[in-house]
Design a protein around this ligand. Sequence first.
Ligand SMILES: Nc1ncnc2c1ncn2[C@@H]1O[C@H](COP(=O)(O)OP(=O)(O)O)[C@@H](O)[C@H]1O
Ligand SMILES: CC(=O)N[C@@H](CCC(=O)OP(=O)(O)O)C(=O)O
Length: 259
Amino acid sequence: MKPLIIKLGGVLLDNKDALSKLFVVIREYKKNFQRSLIIVHGGGTVVDSLMDRLSLPVVRRNGLRVTPADQIDVIVGSLAGSANTTLLSEAKKQQIASVGLCLADGNSVEVKQISEDLGYVGEAKTGDPTLINLLVNAGYLPIVSSIGITEEGQMMNVNADHAAVALAKTLNADLILLSDVVGVLDENKQRIESLTQSQADQLIAKGIITEGMLVKVNSAFEAAKALGRPIAIASWKESDQLIQLFNGQSDTTGTRIIA
Ligand SMILES: Nc1ncnc2c1ncn2[C@@H]1O[C@H](COP(=O)(O)OP(=O)(O)O)[C@@H](O)[C@H]1O
Ligand SMILES: CC(=O)N[C@@H](CCC(=O)OP(=O)(O)O)C(=O)O
């Protein structure tokens, strides 16, 4: 069976109760199903609150954080430090043997600067699956932050949806993007069960899919096309539906992105 990448981010990282519930589900899943799991995470809100405490400006362009040279260390500290260790703590509480990594460990995901304008923001490209395969085959749960390092040795801030897609391609894994909404919502705020590229293009043109969800939907289409199978966008809040979702049954929750 293909490994499964679960992407986490957003306000989940600030919600101890929800994190705890999610890791109970992950423990149950690992116990009952013979499938390798990998977590890729962001933590945009963790970064935002530290920036606020340090009186640093937050600027986003098309959903991506502009990352000047004098902010990259703060962002690395938040994502590869605080956010990653928070998730490791939750895993440890549930006795799940885990390893905290960033994209650069084992060259799992290669990273290149996108543009001078965005600063130290990396584009994520497929990398080397060896290290992560080694860890999952030994029974560990890899927990991977969206911090990468370029060939020149420059630390880069990578959008976590982009990072998850690049790792899914690297490992030929299935991918679920978990967020704080039940799925992609239509103009009436109702969950869309499945979405093709042309339907998504219309919703984007009408301004119904915006900001973080725009990055997520585009990332999901990229992954669905490359992997040749649907990608689910769903909510970490619906913990009673997650096992089914992890097993590829996403009729009652989430949005299925179809290439
Ligand atoms: N059509 C849409 N459907 C659902 N969410 C949307 C839509 N358009 C914009 N959004 C926003 O996108 C957010 C999810 O993106 P983001 O905050 O980046 O998630 P995460 O941090 O979990 O990766 C939602 O909370 C919502 O505010
Ligand atoms: C370049 C860029 O935008 N990086 C993101 C990385 C974290 C992230 O993607 O977090 P979520 O998954 O919680 O949104 C940021 O700095 O916020």
